[in-house]
Design a protein around this ligand. Sequence first.
Ligand code: 2AM
Ligand code: CA
Length: 264
Amino acid sequence: MIDYERVEHLVRQAGQMIRDAHVTGEQVHTKRNRADFVTDYDLRVQQYLIDNLKPLVPEAVFYGEEDTVGNDGRNSEEGFCFYLDPIDGTTNFVFGYHHSCTSVGIGLDGRIIAGFVYNPYNHEMYRAVRGQGAFLNDRRLWVENRELQEGILAFNGPVNRDNEGPFFEILRILYGETYTIRSSGSAALDLCRVASGGNVAYVQDQLSPYDYAAASVIVEEAGGVITQVDGSPVSLESNCSVVAGAPLAYERTREIVLSILNKK
Ligand code: 2AM
Ligand code: CA
């Protein structure tokens, strides 16, 4: 049995490290492209999480975003696996947007059993344990089953800047069907806002398991839906597309995305 209170405490501490950070130019580096940042804080916070989570579950595997000591960098289909995004919303972090979070998902035998997503700037802790409901701080979350037209749709991306594909065409149609669209820069927080009702739906062409692992159980425990665009479960092994939402809005979002993709 995992000590979830301890995990939650560590996620809060990690978030506090982000909030207290003073990021300077020489601490910022680029990764896959010129707009894909990593900072010394991403590495430091992930190391803090691994060093402190490991004693809780010594046999666990770590699938974190960053290249740090103790990061296995892969999923495990057997036993415990922690999915770590030390800073989700790194670009926001670099530019002082104050909209980033620490995201920790816990998998057991290839299934997410708990998730913690903490925004240290407004002290919002989203958490869920499978079968025990989703919470934002002390408030139990339950998704109202709204239509796509009745809310805000969130998105991030497209991830591949050299080949945007039909992403913006899809977005134009989604914009027409919603009250408005938002791109917050943190996929985990966007997904958590599906759980808390801020977003009626969310769509992204590609994300990594550590971006959505924790939030996926929060969305599901709140009565929302999260899958890949084709309707299959989100992958815990590798990058995939993500659609989430209140059941009705989720269905309509997927229908729109598929109608454009199938036209190509
Ligand atoms: P990050 O901040 O941890 O990098 C908007 O950029 C959202 O998409 C963020 O949650 C960001 O996570 C994620 N993201 C950015 N680039 C990505 C990439 N190349 N692959 C997967 N997710 C990415
Ligand atoms: Ca990150």
